[in-house]
Write a protein that binds this ligand. Sequence first.
Ligand SMILES: *[C@@H]1O[C@H](CO)[C@@H](O)[C@H](O)[C@H]1NC(C)=O
Ligand SMILES: *[C@@H]1O[C@H](CO)[C@@H](O)[C@H](O)[C@H]1NC(C)=O
Ligand SMILES: *[C@@H]1O[C@H](CO)[C@@H](O)[C@H](O)[C@H]1NC(C)=O
Length: 420
Amino acid sequence: MAPHGLTKLLKLSFYSLVVVMMVMTHQTQGFRLGPLWRKKSKNVVIDPTPIGICASSVLVHGYKCQEIDVVTQDGFILNMQRIPEGRDGNGGGDGIKRQPVLIQHGVLVDGMTWLLNSPEQNLPLILADKGFDVWIANTRGTRFSRRHTSLKPNEHAFWNWSWDELVLFDLPAFVDHVQQETGQKMHYVGHSLGTLIALGSFSEGLLVDKLKSAVFLSPIAYLSHMNTVIGALAAKAFVGEMTELLGFAEFNPKMKLVTQFLDALCASPGVDCYDLVSAFTGKNCCLNSSTVDLFLQNEPQSTATKNMVHLAQTVRDGVLAKFNYGTADYNMMHYGEASPPVYNLSNIPHDLPVFLSYGGQDALSDIRDVQRLLDSFRAHDVDKLSVQYVREYAHADFIMGVNAKDIVFNQVVSFFKHHT
Ligand SMILES: *[C@@H]1O[C@H](CO)[C@@H](O)[C@H](O)[C@H]1NC(C)=O
Ligand SMILES: *[C@@H]1O[C@H](CO)[C@@H](O)[C@H](O)[C@H]1NC(C)=O
Ligand SMILES: *[C@@H]1O[C@H](CO)[C@@H](O)[C@H](O)[C@H]1NC(C)=O
């Protein structure tokens, strides 16, 4: 690669660090990203035949689990796990049909993040024990969803997508399959990017007729206040430098260039990597260090560079819109309009039962941005909207907090039981 290209790639990498740090915050005082990252970087090559999520994280706890593949309209083969019932068949009433729940992870991670704590602390297993039929999604590009009917992950065309395509193709593939198999409407749980793609989808009137309710944990939509100057600068740099690689590359946060870039960054004068981490993620209050270790063995996962650029555009532009091709001409070509079409969240049907839980320490889902998101629910039916604010929680606490069951997941279960 030419030195020029390398510089660009390094700049691109910077934003990934930002996002990766968001998902890998750590409660330990004095936590430094450098050594942690080095630990991870030994294993750069993706294991071609990793053991599936059912085998590694569900069956071992005495639950049934099926590995399922679904194919999107644009040819991606996506992996799901189904946990049809509680441990040893528990949780069902006599003759009562279990209601399906679809669980959607965020960016740069996969469905396994829901299963890293001990079984009585994990949302999917809690739901199964409470009588739900649980389906875990893994979006395109993540470890078990790196397959396509005609493309290979080493081809550029395989990575030619952003979260618009998750809205258009991945989410419908998951939802349609669950509906087909169960014959029922389902509940939805999303975390982080898993909330954004659902909000985008519902605002376009998609999928809502197939849902009973939706839960948004650590919701992201608007990202203007994504804390800190560095975050904003990084996003700007990312958008500015993107053209050369746009849409034509896998974004693998484990790649060596990112590691090297990070080491260099942490070694530069005036940069304190500890501060950098808390600045970007917010301080998660309640993570278990064994769980964090397990997290680091399994994540982060790849996404498309184009997806990262799209997220950076959202930070920069302060609007929730489709991918911006950068010039009026290109946008015209793709959308028939000079600017990318906006996702208007006020159009989310007002009678959809929604439960939204957000944290006071969450730097990615900043409370000012959540407030703006809530503004678009102003006309929502009052009895269909529940909002929970957890003062001490940051981004990862909502999936992996040791007390998330008591604080959040039990509320989710009650909410689902209320909106059957
Ligand atoms: C932390 O995780 C370990 C391993 O799963 C578990 O044994 C321990 O009980 C957990 N601690 C808490 C506070 O949940
Ligand atoms: C990427 O996708 C866009 C449409 O979404 C298409 O116009 C473009 O030709 C694609 N590029 C490649 C390299 O596949
Ligand atoms: C969004 O939709 C609402 C009504 O559904 C409308 O009043 C508002 O002007 C729209 N906003 C944008 C930015 O188009």
